[in-house]
Design a protein. Structure first.
Length: 259
């Protein structure tokens, strides 16, 4: 379901679910190119939109980016972690190193969204916010397609138990009790749980990709319309930057063009 593509012998990923849309999850080999330099690889005449990411749940349209969004003074980029299109030939982009780059398409309208979902944004259910904004433009949940791109895998992503529970609260079978050990055990008992055990006291392993998938499934998106890339940014240094691995602020971009 995931395919390697090349441009000038440089690799990037696409997802078969999004075949009808020009898109790409670009690798570290494309650094230091910015979205306005990458958009022509996908669509020669598309306009380009990106944000100053803040680990929140703000999702903006191009109109909002231009007219109402709070901006970073230094760069003039609007603050937010998700961008969605309003018309055809608009390219929306997000940056990631270990966080989840999520590309979403609406078959009913042709519009798309790009979302940056780290553990904080995932705890705030930013992917759900983006889907709801896409659906406000038309269509229903069966029209929504989601590709969750390369990110750090759960088996190597250690966090505090508190963080793990905060992120997983939205997919718990019932409200959490507030007791860390009890709540962790409850969540770890779920089928294919995103919360994994860790040998260190007070720590767990967390699969943020799986949490996003479960949030979207609970929203009502059919499971066959969601795909997670089989690639880990932490474990594949030949293809991806990883902040957890390198402790350097280097990123790769993921983008999609509306039709």
């Amino acid at each position: 379901m995931w395919q390697w593509q090349t441009r000038s012998e440089l690799p990037y990923l696409t997802c078969d679910l999004l075949t009808d849309w020009q898109h790409g999850f670009f690798t570290r080999q494309f650094a230091p190119r910015k979205p306005h330099e990458l958009t022509p690889i996908l669509a020669a005449h598309a306009s380009t939109y990106r944000l100053k990411q803040i680990h929140g749940k703000i999702v903006l349209t191009p109109t909002e980016i231009a007219t109402t969004a709070e901006v970073e003074v230094e760069t003039g980029n609007a603050l937010g972690d998700g961008a969605l299109t309003e018309t055809a030939a608009q390219a929306v982009w997000v940056a990631s190193a270990d966080c989840n780059p999520i590309l979403i398409a609406n078959r009913a309208t042709g519009n798309v969204a790009a979302v940056h979902a780290g553990w904080r944004g995932t705890s705030l259910q930013i992917a759900t916010v983006a889907v709801e904004r896409l659906l406000a433009q038309g269509g229903n949940l069966t029209d929504i397609i989601v590709a969750i791109g390369p990110a750090i895998a759960g088996e190597v992503y250690q966090v505090t138990t508190q963080v793990g529970l905060e992120v997983c609260a939205s997919i718990a079978p019932h409200p959490l009790s507030g007791d860390l050990e009890t709540d962790a055990a409850t969540l770890q008992a779920l089928p294919n749980s995103p919360l994994l055990t860790d040998a260190q006291a007070g720590r767990v392993r967390l699969d943020v990709r799986r949490v996003n998938q479960l949030q979207l499934e609970r929203l009502g998106i059919p499971v066959e319309q969601i795909s997670i890339a089989p690639h880990c940014t932490f474990q594949e240094p030949e293809h991806f930057f990883s902040y957890r691995r390198e402790k350097l602020k280097k990123i790769q971009w993921s983008g999609i063009v509306s039709k």
